[in-house]
Design a protein around this ligand. Structure first.
Ligand code: SF4
Length: 493
């Protein structure tokens, strides 16, 4: 084979041009690929791999072709192979851009999938998948949602805000689970992650009717959206001020073709009637309603899609007490009528006690106690739950309140304490709590707690020896409303 200098120069120029296009295509793949996005989001290694190492790897891959080309020429009977010949042929591979891109893509998938599962495994070292159980409409297993903290010259991930960090619970059809905890503990993020409204999860499982929500493609997810709805805390900001009520409720009904066109108007009337709204409200705008009525519109909007599961994200926190009762009763009525399942997020313990069948208590992104409402309220086990419930005002001016005062401030979810996350504020803290994270244990049937105090409790609920806690005796506030606000309580707990 005769190769002159001119053909090498032309070949180099052509190859550089193709290489440029190829690199652009490569970065397009990186930007578009969900897996690459997740890798970059989840770890520094993933980011490094995707953005910096893989392109180098590809360059390396191309240049190893030289060795193969040389071997092929020798095995074909050529006695002497010059470096010019090898270079020309390798550059020839560069010029086959369509073929090379196809090879490249398969390489990329192979690399990223290995790295992906490796990183996944590192992130989910405490994760054991659960099998779908038909008795539950929703199974949440070790759910994690981290938000990356970016920093440095390359804006790489330098840490994570662990907003939801291993939440596990199951929810039966037609029941309500209350999720309580102080502000910033991750209640809302947990709800949004279950609904797949916060991008990709970081780890764990969310099984809705036995189907992993995060495995669904775009179309399947769109269909599932009608089955899983959300009611937001602030009804005013969650309604478009430019749309009349009929449009707010009906827009998604039309979009998802819930009813035939000819039945549309009657259907909207029926949904509004179910939620306590009158037909003449249809042409009014959100600013013309009171807070309670606006929340009814939000409920009607969710109900219109025939949902099976609704996340109620503090739906009554922005309302006064009398309206709260009306909305709570409405939610209960609708639940009985349509067999709805609720995840009721709130910091108002009285409301949660009233509406919920089961209760989960969250602290710093994790569920510390979970069980039937009666068990949790009558026999709270976790030191944090006890402190929380001790702040419930008693509507009796002569009653003494035993407030458990938690010392220290809430740690940052970006840098949670080692071992038990609550150990920095726990009056019962033991040495092992500082190093060893407790696991969730079933203390009584259906009553789970995450605390080392209960490590020795096996089948039956045995009394637990506790260190004395800091107890403040103070008279119950006389003029306080019969309403428990955890946030308020946390200021004094
Ligand atoms: S594990 Fe230890 S620090 Fe954590 S709540 Fe239980 S006793 Fe307190």
């Amino acid at each position: 084979m005769k190769i002159n200098k001119r053909s090498i120069v032309v070949s180099v120029l052509l190859s550089l041009f193709t290489l440029g296009i190829y690199q652009l295509y490569w970065y397009y793949l990186l930007v578009k690929s969900e897996r690459a996005i997740e890798l970059r989001k989840n770890s520094f290694v993933g980011e490094l791999l995707c953005l910096y190492l893989v392109p180098f790897y590809n360059v390396y891959w191309w240049f190893t072709r030289g060795k193969i080309v040389k071997e092929k020429l020798l095995s074909a009977g050529q006695s002497n192979v010059t470096s010019n010949e090898v270079l020309f042929l390798v550059l020839g591979i560069f010029r086959l851009d369509i073929v090379s891109m196809a090879i490249m893509q398969s390489d990329f998938n192979a690399i990223s999938s290995d790295a992906y599962y490796k990183i996944r495994k590192e992130l989910d070292d405490d994760f054991t998948p659960v099998e779908p159980d038909p008795q539950y409409i929703l199974q949440v297993n070790a759910l994690k949602k981290y938000f990356p903290i970016k920093g440095g010259f390359f804006s790489r991930t330098v840490g994570n805000v662990k907003a939801v960090d291993g939440v596990t619970f199951n929810l039966k059809r037609g029941t309500t689970m209350g999720l309580v905890g102080e502000s910033g503990c991750g209640k809302t993020t947990a709800g949004r992650t279950i609904l797949r409204l916060s991008g990709e999860k970081t780890g764990g499982q969310v099984l809705f009717n036995g189907q992993e929500v995060y495995d669904l493609n775009r179309k399947e997810m769109r269909d599932l959206r009608t089955k899983m709805q959300i009611i937001f805390q602030d009804p005013f900001s969650s309604l478009s001020p430019r749309l009349p009520v009929s449009e707010i409720i009906g827009e998604a009904v039309r979009e998802h073709k819930i009813v035939p066109k000819e039945e549309y108007n009657d259907y909207i009337d029926k949904v509004m009637d179910n939620c306590g709204l009158q037909p003449f409200h249809k042409d009014r705008y959100p600013h013309e309603f009171s807070g309670g009525q606006r929340q009814r519109i939000c409920i009607a909007r969710a109900l219109a899609l025939n949902p099976e599961f609704i996340v109620c994200d503090e739906p009554v926190s922005a309302l006064d007490v009398s309206i709260q009762a009306q909305i709570i009763n409405l939610l209960k009525e609708l639940q009985e009528k349509y067999q709805l399942t609720y995840l009721f997020i709130s910091h108002d313990l009285s409301v949660v006690e009233h509406i919920s069948d089961t209760v989960g208590v969250m602290y710093l992104g994790s569920l510390v106690e979970y069980g039937a409402t009666e068990d949790i309220f009558k026999n709270p086990l976790h030191p944090y739950t006890k402190a929380l419930f001790s702040a419930i005002p008693v509507p009796d001016p002569t009653a003494k309140m035993n407030r458990i005062v938690l010392e220290g401030s809430i740690p940052s979810p970006a840098n949670p304490p080692a071992g038990c996350k609550f150990h920095t504020r726990c009056a019962n803290c033991m040495e092992r709590c500082k190093h060893e994270a407790p696991i969730q244990r079933e203390i009584e049937p259906g009553h789970y707690v995450v605390c080392h105090l209960y490590d020795d409790v096996k089948e039956e609920s045995a009394p637990v020896k506790e260190k004395p806690v800091t107890v403040k005796e103070e008279p119950a506030p006389v003029n306080e409303e019969p309403k428990t606000d955890v946030e308020e309580a946390e200021g004094t707990v």
